[in-house]
Design a protein around this ligand. Sequence first.
Ligand SMILES: Cc1ncc(COP(=O)(O)O)c(C=O)c1O
Length: 446
Amino acid sequence: MEGWGGLTSGRDATQAEMAATVQSIRTAVRTHSTRFETSIPLIASENLLSPYAKELLVSDFHSRYAEGKPGERYYEGNEQVDEVERTCLALARRVFRCSFADVRPISGTVANLAVLKALAAPGDPVGTTRLADGAHISSASFGAFGLRGVKPVYYPWDPATMTIDPVGTCRVLREARPKLALFGLSLFLFPMPLREIAPTLEEIGALGWYDAAHVLGLVAGGEFQDPLREGMTVLSASTHKTLPGPQHGILLGETQDPAVVQKLESAAFPGVTSNHHLHTMAALAVALAEQVAFGAAYAHQTVANARALAEALHRRGFDVLAADLGFTRSHTLAVRMAKEGGGESAAKRLADAGLIANKNLLPGDASPKHPSGVRLGTPEVTRVGMTEPEMDRIAELFDDLLHKGRSTEVVRAGVAELKRDHTTIQYCFGAGEAAYRYYDLVGRDP
Ligand SMILES: Cc1ncc(COP(=O)(O)O)c(C=O)c1O
């Protein structure tokens, strides 16, 4: 029969069942898109793609393989892939002012695995921060560290400055003498004291490694510390948090040592990737070009919004961490929800009302199973054009829900009303396009 089965005999019961399944998947994703369009997403690790970057995700690059490096591939037909990848690498080196870039890791975790494979061996000590102090699960025995079989050497945390203690960290590094020392966090409020630690790294012959997954767009926009100028040799990251690119990973470096470059490259391929997801690589090239054109203004407003939201919540009686330090210098703020019923309960109630955030362990939490806090981030609300007055309104909605006992429905309506004027994408080419649009490519149901 025409239309459904192509060369096969027609639509049998199995095809009809699977068509219904495909339709239900499409419906769920459409529902999700509408839900986010009418919500206020405050997850610190999420962001929205520009329309020109998004377009490439459904391009023919998705269907291809390009193992190896531009000009040195194992497959034919890669001329345009090479062209785009060379552009992507040149943009990465330009944006981060560095000599080395590799855009083959397909996520932040994969980039971390590449660094561990390149620069550490099983059994080696590797410096890092504790999970409870904000480190990513890459540092855990059940994450990338465990997979590579390296032993974490933990830096001491200083609650007064809300970062690692530089003197204690240097002491720990001198004692353990790791060859690799990781910095960077998932709950990342303040820059780390890299300049104070760099001389000790040199003294013990350790390489500094910075996981910039969260703050990559802020580093690029000049709004956070610049790790490659503060003693770090290699930087790994995801490319879809404060850098509003596709789900992908990146390695960057500033080193004169060809052996380090060679080890990182062969860890990226064939170490932790075979093909490297060419459609997302192309989208990353667009995101990096947009970073050059719009990134500084976006990063600036993202941090300004985080501070404004923190201040507005604090004024309304929320226990926002680091009040005496100005709350945050990044895109993230952390709120201890002890009197609001704990992190898990608060995050759930907020999400029901359309304020989407995540429960989070906070420094000092006794049990990893019961995070006392909620982590909030401003990358997405900034990307849809919100500024300080909207941050105040968001804080008011938090207050209404968690302190004043307004119903979920009433707060949900307030959230939708606030979001109504902020559903288009900003700080990119094609600004003004619908940010949450579902692209119906076929134009009819299966
Ligand atoms: C510091 C840090 N590193 C790495 C990652 C992992 O990135 P991805 O999700 O791209 O694998 C995250 C994710 O949230 C992170 O916060």
